[in-house]
Design a protein around this ligand. Structure first.
Ligand code: SAM
Ligand code: SF4
Length: 328
């Protein structure tokens, strides 16, 4: 198992397949993009699958989420999914994507064994989409969502970030749109992980604000199910069956129940989104480490996971890598 000294076990592996992206969401990266990882530093498909195999067969990982950057732009993605689906015990597999191009690949990904998708969509207004993502691609995301649902990649989940001055007043219309189409919507508090370091607590839209905005148009009641290690607080909308989630990473941290571990596209294990240290599995894999040596390194990396992200501490420092380079 991937245990830490506070008794948490990491069973949910987030695998970043690339740091590159075809959008430029302002809360994630600057308009000009970032210095992408040089290709030789990125794990090959074989290396990615080998590390997932070790995580699943040696370390108790039961859920694999592919992310990035934008994972759909990784050429070998469907093949990585198919090879992961052959592992035993077979892990649950999901992808977090901006939805661009999903209309073309949803069927193939489902056939390869992908179970679910999370699509990031912050607005249903094309002009707001353009302002936030700096690309005019709203309708492509909508097509991608429909294709995912048709392909059975369900429940289709939508992640939304609210930004002051852009879409802070659009939570109710986004929820209505998702309910009409059968998508599960979750709002995520903006975190200090943008490459430009422009996050500020004062500018962030809090979970309380999100809920107040939703309650202006919907009746929300606490969801009866125990939340477990899920980061989203769930609410039943207008008596059900629809729900909405709020991930209050900043104002109501859930670090005590965290079951996640991350592998970056260049083969670094991160025991937390906000970790300031990484463990280099790429060098180990390329210098001939055995599976059990790699598993041991991974266990050691997890053991030092800190009890919480400490965003509220005086001493908090944003990690050097930004969200798209970590794998959100
Ligand atoms: N490109 C894919 C996408 O957008 O879904 C996957 C990677 S993206 C980094 C993963 C998730 O992180 C997205 O849902 C995005 O909205 C979220 N995200 C990015 N920067 C964030 C930030 N500063 N605070 C909160 N969420 C953020
Ligand atoms: Fe790209 Fe996702 Fe970051 Fe937006 S949030 S810029 S889609 S990696």
């Amino acid at each position: 198992m991937l245990l830490d000294r506070y008794g948490r076990a990491a069973t949910d592996l987030r695998v970043s397949l690339t740091d590159r992206c075809n959008l430029r969401c302002s809360y994630c990266m600057p308009a000009e993009g970032l210095d992408w990882l040089p290709t030789p530093e990125v794990l090959t498909d074989d290396e990615v699958v080998r590390l997932i195999d070790i995580a699943v067969t040696h370390l108790g990982v039961s859920e694999v989420r592919f992310t990035g950057g934008e994972p759909l732009i990784r050429r070998g993605f469907a093949d990585i999914v198919a090879r992961t689906a052959r592992l035993r015990p077979r892990p649950q597999m999901a992808v977090t994507t901006n939805g661009l191009g999903l209309d073309k690949v949803a069927g193939a990904l489902a056939a390869a064994g992908l179970d679910r998708v999370n699509v990031s969509l912050d607005t249903i207004r094309p002009d707001t989409f353009m302002a936030i993502t700096r690309r005019d691609r709203f309708h492509d995301v909508v097509k991608g969502l429909a294709a995912a649902a048709d392909a059975g990649l369900t429940p289709v989940k939508i992640n939304a970030v609210l930004l002051r001055g852009h879409n802070e007043d659009q939570a109710p219309e986004l929820l209505r749109w998702c309910i009409e189409r059968g998508y599960d919507l979750r709002f995520i508090e903006q975190m200090p992980l943008d490459a430009q370091h422009s996050w500020s607590r004062e500018q962030m839209i809090t979970a309380d604000e999100i809920l107040a905005s939703l309650r202006s148009e919907f009746d929300l009641s606490d969801h009866p199910d125990d939340r477990g290690s899920a980061p989203a607080e769930l609410f039943v909308v207008d008596g059900g069956p629809s729900t909405v989630g709020v991930i209050a990473s900043v104002t109501r941290p859930f670090c005590g129940d965290c079951d996640r571990v991350r592998l970056t596209a260049d083969g670094q294990v991160r025991n937390c989104l906000f970790a300031r240290e990484e463990s280099d599995l790429r060098t180990a894999i390329r210098t001939g480490a055995s599976d059990s040596e790699l598993a041991d390194r991974w266990r050691i990396a997890m053991w030092s996971k800190r009890p919480g992200h400490g965003i509220d501490d005086e001493s908090f420092l944003q990690p050097v890598r930004s969200m798209s380079a970590i794998g959100g």
